[in-house]
Design a binder for this molecule. Structure first.
Ligand code: NAD
Length: 312
């Protein structure tokens, strides 16, 4: 049994990570300030091996017991959140990552930071391998998120190289599953909410831009494998099956049995045209690949959440 600190543990991914770590017999200390997460996400985790600390990780934090793993997940993640919270997003990626790395250093813990496929920006290489350095607009509205994550990666490697901290970086591709917020602006919860209410499904642009969608259980499994490996360079964790947004809208209509029509809206600034991970490294290094395909994952999201949670 290890003690694991999860920053951002009351969010969508963090709460699933806390749940899986507890299920595997670990002790979990969840640190969150509820900026975009909620108590509702972690209420069911109340048990002796789970501790919640209400704290803003842009301020230093200390844990008074031995810690073996620090999973750093605190950050606004959906465009709606980081466009609303640009300075907090930069600060949590910089100060927050410094403090989480400092905690790992003091405890000689293994540190894993949640990076993102957005470090590749609107990619000129497709699919994206870890060796691709990206094509990011630093001054566009999305730059606050993309550059915060790129800075967090640089900082993580500096703590590793200069301070000897045992670090890992996971580049997460679009992930979905139960506990996504119906109004968080991301495609899957938005389409599901609209479909379940038979309202028009709003696809940006022509809907021909592509994404790869990972079911949350697959992602969490890959993350824990990476944390338990000794690897330091970034690793893509995502589902290499690529869908257009139009394919996704059609799949959601099918799963929900909806009568919604599809309507088209303006493409947001710097919206990437393609997104698909090259997961050769995760396969080779971690023996990991996703097992849940899109329609199955959408059904599981619907069944586990229920209509009222998905429609808000
Ligand atoms: P989320 O918004 O549901 O969770 C983020 C959590 O961090 C929330 O609980 C929030 O309250 C907390 N938080 C934010 N600022 C904080 C601060 N200053 N101090 C303490 N807690 C703070 O988002 P998510 O989708 O669960 O994403 C979690 C992590 O994974 C983020 O770092 C995100 O960038 C990364 N990620 C997610 C995806 C995805 O598809 N969901 C893709 C790539 C990367």
């Amino acid at each position: 049994m290890a003690t694991c600190v999860v920053t951002g543990g009351a969010g969508f991914l963090g709460s699933h990570l806390c749940e899986t770590l507890l299920g595997r017999g670990h002790r979990v200390i969840c640190v969150d300030n509820f900026e975009t997460g909620s108590l509702a996400n972690i209420n069911h985790l109340r048990q002796p091996e789970f501790m919640f600390v209400h704290h803003d990780v842009t301020e230093p934090f200390f844990i008074e017991e031995p810690v073996e793993f620090v999973y750093h997940f605190a950050s606004p993640a959906s465009p709606i959140d980081y466009l609303r919270l640009p300075l907090q997003t930069l600060k949590v990626g910089s100060h927050g990552t410094h403090h989480a790395l400092g905690l790992a250093k003091r405890h000689r813990a293994r540190f894993l930071t949640a990076s993102t496929s957005e470090v590749y920006g609107d990619p000129q290489v497709h699919p994206q391998p870890e060796s691709y350095w990206g094509h990011v607009n630093p001054i566009g509205p999305r730059g606050v998120y993309d550059e915060a994550k790129r800075y967090a990666e640089a900082l993580t490697m500096a703590y590793h190289r200069q301070q000897g901290v045992d670090t890992a970086i996971v580049r997460i591709f679009n992930t979905y599953g139960p506990r996504m917020r119906p109004f968080d602006g991301r495609a899957i919860p938005t389409f599901m909410r609209q479909a379940l209410q038979d309202k028009p499904i709003t696809v940006f642009g022509t809907g021909q831009q592509t994404r790869s969608f990972t079911f949350v259980d697959d992602l969490v499994d890959g993350i824990i494998r990476l944390a338990e490996s000794g690897y330091h360079d970034p690793v893509n964790i995502g589902n290499p099956n690529e869908f257009t947004l139009l394919d996704l809208a059609e799949a959601v209509i099918e799963i929900t049995g909806s009568r919604s029509e599809i309507v088209y809206e303006a493409l947001p600034t710097d919206d990437p045209q393609v997104r698909r991970p090259d997961i050769s490294l995760a396969r080779e290094l971690l023996g990991w690949e996703p097992t849940v395909q899109l329609r199955d994952g959408l059904r599981r999201t619907l069944d586990a959440s229920g209509v009222s949670a998905l429609t808000g």
